[in-house]
Ligand binder design. Structure first.
Ligand SMILES: Cc1ncc(C[n+]2csc(CCOP(=O)(O)OP(=O)(O)O)c2C)c(N)n1
Ligand SMILES: [Mg+2]
Length: 397
């Protein structure tokens, strides 16, 4: 490693001859148990490394949790009504979603995955613009630059490299931007995960890698993904700190992710945060989770629900009242109603746009395919006008 990239950092293998890891190396290891500040019954505990966020901040974030759950429920309903083609739900993971968005400042960037719709909306992107991608009528429904949210990545772990690139560029420009990049437990097995973490560590870039370990990659359980003590333990192999956090504890997530963002902004370089949570629903509507896990497994996570827990905590402090709950539920309903209204409106799709906005100049194959589609649609339109059926008539596919 060059001194330029290692500037200001100590070596990890100090200590005894033969390479016993030094105190500096130990500092990179995650805590033995995931950090928890509020337990499933809503009781707070003390952690000297991570102060409990104040009640007002938690109340505001709680409102976003309630809205997030409502958005998940609404999107699932729209899938069943045929209004959305697919929806990877974050039901049960809303605390991770909300925390990932609210710990960032306006100048920062968020790099989400397909499951992180609620994080994207919490960051400020219009819910309808986000969901049009999953309706299938546009390449990406929103302008990534408007709220500094990259498009939701479906190819696993690719967004981590893009995030590192943006963070590296910000550093070179002397900007204070921090990048938070999200991925799942399954994505940590991708080569891109390794390349992103290694580059980020060597070049000391301001990025926070945030893994939502929900114990499944479609049907593949975590035990078939890794035998590392935890996913956060992977961080030390790159020379960056790793931390584990209860992914259903909003307070702990705000504290741990907030500290990681502050650290990156202060020139402390990258870090890795693993949130322990659970995918409460199927991977998507295209998946039948009953084929690979039992109802009992899922039931065990019900009492750990992030909303129930934060509600109990806030009610215990009298920060949340019946009236307050009603207002939050009404606000969430307004968001859901806007999503329903928007997605129940028929859109006039121009199929030719399928071939636009990928290349500056279309390739010869794309031109050929565009012409074929145009001809087919014209034939259908002519046939419909003449009442003789279209080109798909008799097609057995
Ligand atoms: C490079 C790549 N390989 C395979 C897939 C297919 N695929 C889509 S989602 C998924 C599971 C990912 O699991 P995880 O990273 O844990 O995220 P989660 O869905 O649990 O949020 C797989 C294998 C893909 N999208 N991209
Ligand atoms: Mg997963």
């Amino acid at each position: 490693m060059s001194t330029a990239t290692n500037e200001g950092r100590g070596t990890l293998m100090g200590g005894a001859p033969g390479g016993t890891p030094s105190t500096a190396a130990h500092a990179l290891l995650p805590s033995v148990d995931p950090v928890q500040l509020v337990d499933p019954d809503g009781h707070a505990s003390h952690d000297e490394r991570y102060p409990l966020p104040d009640g007002r901040r938690l109340l505001d974030a709680y409102g976003r949790l309630v809205a997030g759950r409502r958005i998940n429920d609404q999107a699932n309903a729209l899938v069943r009504q045929g209004r959305l083609a697919v929806y990877p739900s974050s039901h049960g993971q809303e605390a991770c979603q909300v925390a990932a968005a609210v710990v960032l400042g306006e100048e920062d960037w968020l790099f989400p995955t397909y499951r992180d719709t609620v994080a994207v909306i919490t960051r400020g992107v219009d819910p309808l613009e986000v969901l049009t991608l999953l309706r299938g009528d546009w390449h990406a429904g929103y302008d990534p630059y408007e709220h500094r949210v990259a498009t939701q990545a479906t190819p696993l772990a690719t967004q981590l490299l893009h995030a590192v690139g943006v963070a590296h560029a910000a550093k070179l420009r002397g900007e204070s931007t921090v990048v938070l990049a999200m991925c799942g437990d399954g994505a940590t097995s991708e080569g891109d995960f390794h390349e992103a973490l290694n580059f980020a560590a060597v070049f000391h870039v301001p990025v926070v890698f945030f893994i939502q370990n929900n114990e499944f990659a479609i049907s593949v359980p975590l035990k078939n993904q890794t035998v590392a003590p935890s996913l956060a333990h992977k961080a030390i192999g790159y020379g960056m700190p790793g931390e584990r956090v209860d992914g259903n504890d909003l307070a702990a997530l705000l504290a741990v992710l907030g500290a990681a963002v502050d650290r990156a902004r202060d020139g402390g370089g990258p870090s890795l945060v693993e949130a322990h949570t659970y995918r409460m629903q199927a991977h998507t509507n295209a998946d039948d989770a009953t084929r690979y896990r039992s109802a009992d497994d899922v039931e065990r996570w019900v009492p750990k629900d992030p909303i129930v827990r934060m509600r109990a905590y806030l009610r215990g402090l009298d920060l949340l009242t019946d009236e307050g709950e009603r207002i939050l539920a009404d606000e969430a309903d307004v968001v859901a109603a806007a999503i329903r209204a928007g997605l129940n409106t028929e859109v006039d799709v121009n199929p030719q746009e399928l071939f636009e906005y990928v290349y500056t100049e279309k390739t010869s194959q794309l031109r050929e395919q565009a012409a074929l589609l145009r001809e087919e649609l014209e034939r259908d339109a002519d046939a419909a006008a003449a009442g003789t059926g279209g080109s798909m008539e008799g097609d057995q596919r």
